[in-house]
Ligand binder design. Sequence first.
Ligand SMILES: C[S@@+](CC[C@H](N)C(=O)[O-])C[C@H]1O[C@@H](n2cnc3c(N)ncnc32)[C@H](O)[C@@H]1O
Length: 190
Amino acid sequence: MALQRVLQFAHSLMEGVVEKGDITVDGTCGNGHDTLFLAQLVGENGHVYGFDIQQDAIHHTEERLREHGVDSRTTLIQDSHSTINEHLAEEHKQKVKAGIFNLGYLPGSDKSIVTKPEETIASVERLLEQLISGGIIVLVVYHGHPGGKEEKEALLEYVQGLDQKEVRALQYGFINQRNTPPFIIALEKQ
Ligand SMILES: C[S@@+](CC[C@H](N)C(=O)[O-])C[C@H]1O[C@@H](n2cnc3c(N)ncnc32)[C@H](O)[C@@H]1O
């Protein structure tokens, strides 16, 4: 397929900017797929900070990272992604190259535990401050669940209001798919 699926596109964006030795953030670990992907991209001298509010998610992510032998280059935090400033090591502050957020709920788990608009926006704002110039944030926006529409609308309003001299904002998604297909918001710090 010539047009990349949403998750493929998210990973391509990450691959395009993340280099060995970089500092990255997975704002929503879930089962740890993106945390693992980032850990492999940053190599043994890089670092990934992974956040999730659910203990099970942290546990599954930990196991996945260990299975692949990349756990030592990650810090997993059972807390909201909005606490990022408290958890970044001093030497990693304002040195983050990329961050990813998969919004919504974790498939196969409690569907009432979802990302929330105010918290997601606060986290994106904080992460933007921690990004180096040329760094990116990728948000995969799932919005078919209760509360998803409100989060989608709040986020779009927020990113559309960002000053283009400071941040370039992109939206990517299919527009003729049934139901409520996810889409991507990607931000690049100038
Ligand atoms: C769509 S899932 C993430 C899927 C994940 N990327 C994967 O590869 O499996 C969303 C996750 O966000 C988590 N979450 C919800 N609110 C959060 C918050 N404020 N901070 C961090 N994680 C949060 C949920 O617990 C859930 O595991």
